[in-house]
Design a protein around this ligand. Structure first.
Ligand code: FPP
Length: 204
């Protein structure tokens, strides 16, 4: 049931899911507990977004920088992602179209398989698309696009001198999606930290 009585929700919301460590520290808990709480809130945000009629929700779950964290912390986050993706019953029931944005090549084979499965199982849903940014970086996304554009120009598929914004957008992970209207950083930090660099041009 949608909350029609409330003001219209933004079409695309981005969330830089930070502050988990600080949240845990304040309570004398391990960082792991902060991430677990973050993952729980993520599930609530998905439900709320769906209810409010948000069409696209992009969540920064793991950045290209995050590999520098202690191995056990990286493992915990990957495990939470795996768990979420494997729990297909949940997002199928909620009718969510799941997309994973970022470079998957560095993820474990098991996680890559779960990603493929989750995307396929949910691709027919149309109301809410949830982009989970995993091993994602905005600059990396643009560099990846540049590589592919260069390739398509060299084969004659694209004409380098005639490229327009929409052409470039065809090479981004968010192909076909509108730009975010609103980007939320729960910790209160006011930096973009390599999140959706191209797409955030007009975001609040
Ligand atoms: C940044 O906060 C958060 C992360 C690096 C990981 C976020 C990932 C999850 C909560 C798991 C994702 C799982 C699902 C299902 C979406 P921080 O640790 O940098 O906190 P701090 O800024 O207080 O140190």
């Amino acid at each position: 049931q949608k909350d029609a009585a409330l003001a219209p929700a933004p079409c695309h919301v981005g969330i830089i899911m930070d502050g988990n460590g600080r949240w845990a520290k304040k309570r004398g808990m391990p960082r792991k507990a902060g991430h677990a709480a973050g993952a729980k809130v993520f599930r609530e945000v998905v439900k709320y977004s769906s209810r409010r009629g948000v069409r696209f929700l992009t969540v920064y779950a793991f950045s290209t920088e995050n590999w520098k964290r202690p191995a056990h912390e990286v493992a915990v986050i990957m495990q939470m992602l795996q768990h979420y993706l494997d729990d297909s019953e949940q997002y199928i029931k909620e009718e969510i179209r799941l997309r994973i944005i970022g470079d998957r090549a560095r993820l474990s084979e098991r996680l890559q398989k779960a990603i493929d499965k989750a995307e396929k199982a949910s691709e027919h849903f149309t109301d809410l698309t949830v982009n989970l940014a995993v091993n994602y970086g905005g600059r990396e996304e643009l560099l990846h696009a540049a590589h592919m554009i260069a390739q398509d120009c060299s084969t004659g598929k694209k004409n380098a001198t005639q490229l327009e914004f929409p052409d470039l957008e065809q090479y981004l992970y968010t192909i076909g999606q509108p730009d975010p209207d609103l980007i939320i950083r729960p910790s209160g930090e006011k930096r973009l930290s390599n999140f959706m660099l191209w797409q955030s041009a007009y975001a609040e």
